[in-house]
Design a protein around this ligand. Structure first.
Ligand code: ADP
Ligand code: MG
Length: 890
């Protein structure tokens, strides 16, 4: 195996080339031979299983038992109708669940892993699944190792292999070792394994095994079985349905009992009870909720964010604070150097070309050699064609040096990288040790925040001379320049270097690079603000969501950028990393809640911020992209990773921003609110006329009347009401004003006061009124079947039409948005058509025991429906008034 072979032998065995990588031809051939580099992944949803699953539904089972019973009782019509109802429920349930499963599967497939690979001499970013054995790959901190690989070069590499070996502590890796053949997996320090994480350092390696042949692949069948979490919403919905089921069960038992006492045949009463159970229990609710959630996730995706779990979709709507990175999220991240300041000169972009200023040249050298960006293409004059992979700050240095016709490879020829401290938001600098191949000297190149580099420097470069910092005010001068540039919203980098005659025995990077540097100057980088951000922040503010900006940049830079996007922070509303470290704990919490900007912070502070806010019962959304951000992402209610962020961050996040734009966070929150809104509408609508049937049947038994609705009629109504319009409500679009309200409380019940009042002040009285009419007409001696038909169309029509009132709990039904939901219109028309069929189609008339009704009866039904709508609208009006006033005052 490769851990027992030398690097050279490995490269030979794999038939590859460490400097150029494989050719396209070789990789295509390999791919044909070995297939894709992926584990047997989650299978797409299978129709047949989802269909069979429908039979495990409790209500389906009850119905099937009822069907069997009616067959035994020789009630053939009822048998057919119940079977039809079962089939209908099965089909609708199947369609809904299949659709949801497909969407979720599609979303899961979008979470892909990328790899940096060297092919034909160039570095590319490709999908990890396209790797083949022999490929030369690069891994950096935060990457997920894309395949099993033998290290060729490594710098301070540590990986976490817990997923493979169960070992939680970081494993140290080194390219230059060879191990005996029998070494256990966990001790093979010259190998990295697919699915493990690179925690720090970086490496170049060659792929030895892919997909199912990898170590991960061998145990994949075990690792793939991750369980889906149940979201709090699902739990809420389940307990709600259970409560309703319990209530109905009690009511139905009573009714059954009452009927038998009245001397109605047990078989008939039994069917009535079953039909009532079917009508009352909102069996469609859970599935419809899942549909609302998945539809919402899809809409969020259209707005360029990928929600990784259903849970996040619903929590989004309750977000009260968004903590967002400045760099790349509020700003565009397309950074360009605009000025370089040395001790004696200011260089603008146009001065970069054709100068031979030694300080400027040295700054470019530091910028290129102390740089972790991979060059994909930097050839030709046209810089629009250039492509770099990596940190935008460092990319900016490539463009700047390019203006002076300097490329990394010009320098690389003469240097060999010995060691590196990669950039880290905590350290705020980066350093490399390079061996000069011409004279054997070792040179250190360092870049980072101005304060840091000044701290490390003992000398500075002025007019081609190296001078010593003798007086403190010489450093002061650079700090002053730094602060001036920051106030102009520049992101500022400082550069320094140091030369040692010979390579020390034990090279201690930390020690060498933090003392005795020669300070070169400042690089001012422009990172323009994204255009849509200002408006998005304003929308958040109106929606009662506070936006806090977090950055490692200088306070002054952060403040100016904040002003540009409408985060106007007073001096005491800006906290620095130092403040967070040294404020007394008693004050810290409230200070963090007040602050609008956090500057010069390190990733560990993010966790502190999240925790302080959560202490104050805030629902926090937090962005992040590095490995160091993962604890904060995990702790936040909504952890948001950048699309280009590290694999580690993406894996712990709840949502991934595909375009890194702050605007997208705001859009996702809005969609989250729409989701909750729609769930509320669906639930309200399902429950609105549920109890009406219980009252009608129970009342009839109480007063010893013939039943006002037959079991088959109740079943038919169940199809008309619950099946179509309710499903269609799930497709409701955004309501106006949804982002003008305060965030809803996370523990807020699905049915808010308005909806409860609507159920109790409309649903119940309507049933009683209808019963009174029935009571009156029975006493007048009208025909039973005629009256049943009347009750049937009145209740069904009312229920179908009031869906338009349930469509919005904010705006009245007389709004031009009433008919905007195409699905709803189709559903309502279909339902009314089914209702007409039930009354006029001779075959159905016999089954449903209905009779054709005239214009007068229809008028009555319509009038009754109109009365209901009026009542709902009045309740809506009363409840919405105070809210409108509140927003007016604001
Ligand atoms: P941000 O949250 O704005 O990305 P960082 O913590 O990444 O902040 O950066 C803070 C400071 O560190 C910057 O103002 C800059 O001076 C310096 N810096 C940023 N990126 C690099 C880098 N790749 N190498 C060296 N210094 C850097
Ligand atoms: Mg950064």
């Amino acid at each position: 195996m490769f851990h027992a072979k030398t690097k050279e032998q490995t490269i030979k065995d794999l038939n590859t080339n460490a400097e150029l990588g494989l050719t396209e031809k070789e990789t295509t051939k390999c791919q044909k031979e070995f297939g894709k580099n992926k584990l047997s992944e989650a299978k797409p949803p299978q129709a047949i299983f989802i269909f069979l699953k429908q039979f495990s539904n409790f209500f389906t089972i009850i119905l099937l038992v009822a069907a069997a019973l009616s067959l035994i009782l020789k009630e053939h019509f009822d048998f057919v109708v119940i079977l039809a109802a079962v089939s209908f429920n099965l089909v609708i349930g199947f369609i809904q669940e299949f659709k949801a499963a497909k969407t979720i599967y599609g979303l899961k497939k979008m979470v892909f892993i990328t790899a940096k690979v060297l092919r034909e001499g160039r570095v590319h970013k490709i999908l990890a699944e396209d790797l083949v054995p022999g490929d030369i790959i690069f891994v950096d901190a935060g990457d997920k190792v894309p395949a099993d690989a033998r290290l060729l070069e490594s710098l301070d590499l540590h990986t976490r292999e817990a997923i493979l070996t169960g070992e939680a502590t970081p494993s140290k890796k080194k390219a230059d070792k060879i191990f005996p053949e029998k070494t256990p997996l966990a001790d093979r320090e010259n190998m990295i394994y697919m699915g493990t994480f690179c925690l720090s350092g970086k490496a170049k390696a060659t792929v030895t095994a892919c997909g199912p042949n990898s170590e991960m692949g061998k145990i994949a069948s075990l690792a793939l079985k991750t369980k889906e979490k149940q979201t709090p919403l699902e739990t809420k919905m389940k307990s709600l349905s259970l409560e309703i089921a319990f209530l109905t069960f009690a009511a139905i038992l009573l009714i059954l009992f009452g009927g038998v006492i009245r001397g109605i045949a047990l078989s008939e009463m039994f069917l009535t009870a079953i039909a009532l159970a079917v009508a009352v229990i909102p069996e469609g609710l859970l599935v419809t909720v899942v549909i609302v959630l998945t539809l919402g996730m899809r809409r969020i995706l259209e707005r360029k964010a990928l929600v990784r779990e259903l849970l996040a979709a619903e929590t989004l709507g309750s977000t009260t604070v968004i903590c967002t990175d400045k760099t790349g999220t509020i700003t565009s991240g397309e950074m360009r150097v605009e000025q370089i300041l040395t001790a004696d000169r200011v260089f603008n972009v146009k001065d970069f070309k054709n100068t031979k200023d030694p300080a400027l040249m040295k700054i470019f050298q530091v910028g290129l050699l102390c740089n972790d960006v991979y060059v994909e293409n930097d050839e030709g004059e046209n810089e629009n064609r250039w492509k770099f992979l990596g940190d935008p700050t460092e990319t900016a240095l490539f463009y700047a040096a390019g203006k002076a016709d300097l490329k990394k490879r010009n320098f690389e020829k003469n240097y060999k990288l010995l060691d590196e401290i990669p950039f880290d938001s905590y350290l705020k600098y980066m350093a490399v040790a390079q061996k000069n191949l011409e004279n054997g000297q070792i040179e250190f190149f360092v870049k980072g925040s101005c304060e840091r580099i000044l701290d490390f420097s003992s000398h500075f470069f002025e007019k081609s001379e190296i001078k010593e910092f003798t007086r403190f005010n010489q450093k002061e001068k650079f700090l002053e320049l730094n602060s001036q540039l920051s106030q102009k919203a520049y992101r500022v980098l400082a550069c320094g270097y140091k030369i040692l005659g010979k390579i020390p025995k034990n090279l201690d990077m930390k020690k060498e690079t933090t003392v005795g540097l020669v300070f070169l100057g400042l690089v001012a980088i422009r990172d323009p603000v994204r255009t849509s951000v200002k408006e998005a922040i304003k929308t958040c503010e109106e929606a009662g969501i506070r936006v806090k900006m977090i950055t490692g940049d200088h306070k002054a830079t952060a403040k100016v950028i904040g002003q540009e996007v409408g985060i106007n922070a007073a001096e005491n509303e800006i906290l620095s990393g130092e403040d967070l470290d040294f404020l007394p704990p008693a004050e810290l919490g409230s200070k963090i809640c007040q602050a609008k900007i956090f500057a010069r912070v390190a990733p560990k502070h993010k966790l502190q911020i999240v925790e302080a806010l959560q202490e104050k019962k805030e629902i926090v959304a937090m962005t992040g992209d590095g490995v160091n951000d993962t604890p904060a992402l995990k702790a936040a209610n909504i952890g948001i990773a950048m699309g280009q962020g590290s694999e580690a961050a993406r894996e712990t996040s709840n949502m991934i921003l595909l375009n890194n734009n702050f605007k997208t966070i705001e859009a996702a929150v809005e969609e989250g609110r729409i989701i909750f809104d729609n769930i509320r509408k669906v639930t309200l609508y399902l429950l609105l006329y549920t109890f009406a049937k219980v009252i009608l049947i129970g009342g009839a038994l109480l007063f010893n009347f013939a039943l006002p609705l037959l079991p088959v009629q109740i079943l038919w109504m169940n199809i008309i009401e619950d099946g179509l319009p309710d499903f269609a409500l799930a497709f409701e679009k955004k309501e106006k004003g949804i982002m003008k309200e305060k965030p809803k409380n996370i523990s807020e019940q699905i049915l808010n006061p308005v909806s409860k009042i609507i159920i109790f002040l409309v649903g119940l009285p309507a049933a009683i009124l209808l019963f009174a009419v029935y009571f009156y007409l029975v006493n007048k001696g009208f025909d039973e079947n005629y009256l049943r038909s009347l009750v049937f169309i009145t209740l069904a029509l009312t229920s179908v039409i009031t869906v338009y009132s349930c469509k919005s709990l904010r705006t009245s039904i007389c709004h031009r948005s009433v008919f905007t939901n195409r699905f709803l219109n189709i559903a309502v028309i279909t339902s009314i058509f089914l209702l007409i069929l039930a009354i006029y189609l001779p075959g159905l008339q016999t089954i449903l025991k209905t009779m054709p009704l005239g214009i007068f009866e229809w008028l009555f039904a319509f009038a009754f429906a109109a009365l209901n709508i009026l009542a709902i609208e009045i309740i809506k009006k009363i409840f919405n008034k105070p809210k409108i006033q509140m927003s007016n005052i604001k």
